[in-house]
Design a protein around this ligand. Structure first.
Ligand SMILES: [Zn+2]
Length: 67
């Protein structure tokens, strides 16, 4: 069974572990509706991308519509 040749120091172990960190994606406000969106993606709120409507929603989801 393979066994590590040298003991990993506390510092080396922690240094390697520190490379794995969560990075917040680049957020940018939508030009159409202003909600924060991931850049280079269509807006999930209004379906706008580069000033064009790329997603057509069948109906708008609004909570106040029910009567
Ligand atoms: Zn939008």
């Amino acid at each position: 069974m393979p066994v590590p040749k040298k003991r990993r120091s506390r510092s080396r172990k922690r240094t390697r572990g520190a490379a794995w960190k969560i990075v917040l994606p680049n957020l940018k406000n939508c030009a159409q509706c202003g909600t924060p969106i991931i850049s280079h993606r269509a807006c999930p709120n209004c379906g706008d991308y580069k000033g064009q409507q790329v997603i057509v929603f069948k109906e708008k989801k609004s909570a106040s519509k029910d009567a």
